[in-house]
Write a protein that binds this ligand. Structure first.
Ligand code: SF4
Ligand code: SF4
Length: 104
């Protein structure tokens, strides 16, 4: 559909990387990332559940990668997700891995 954001039919980065962030972004420590989606890593770091599996896929991702996806915690997603830029080299690398066309 014309004008639709490319991420809505992608989701490759949510099924490619280990996503770690500060514990202070978690609900438990005054942040907004829901506890049910978090795995502890160290005293100061935690991880989005599912992103360290052999075939990574964030537990918050719904839909089918490369077709139609949504982030179940979009408003509360952690900083690595907010900072990941569509059309960046890393974005296009994972799009290629998932057999998707590169973004300009
Ligand atoms: S890989 Fe790129 S286009 Fe795909 S969802 Fe992530 S940022 Fe968006
Ligand atoms: S929290 Fe949302 S944006 Fe971040 S990896 Fe999971 S599904 Fe993707």
């Amino acid at each position: 559909m014309a004008g639709t954001h490319p991420c809505l039919s992608c989701g490759a980065c949510c099924a490619a990387f280990r996503v770690d962030f500060s514990v202070y972004e978690s609900q438990e420590h005054g942040g907004r990332v829901p506890l049910g989606l978090i795995e502890p890593v160290t005293e100061f770091t935690c991880r989005l559940r599912g992103t360290d599996y052999a075939r990574p896929r964030c537990a918050a991702l719904t839909g089918t990668v490369g077709q139609q996806v949504a982030c179940g915690i979009y408003e509360w997603r952690p900083s690595p997700c907010r900072e990941f830029a569509a059309g960046s080299d890393a974005c296009n690398r994972v799009r290629r891995q998932h057999g998707l066309a590169l973004l300009a």
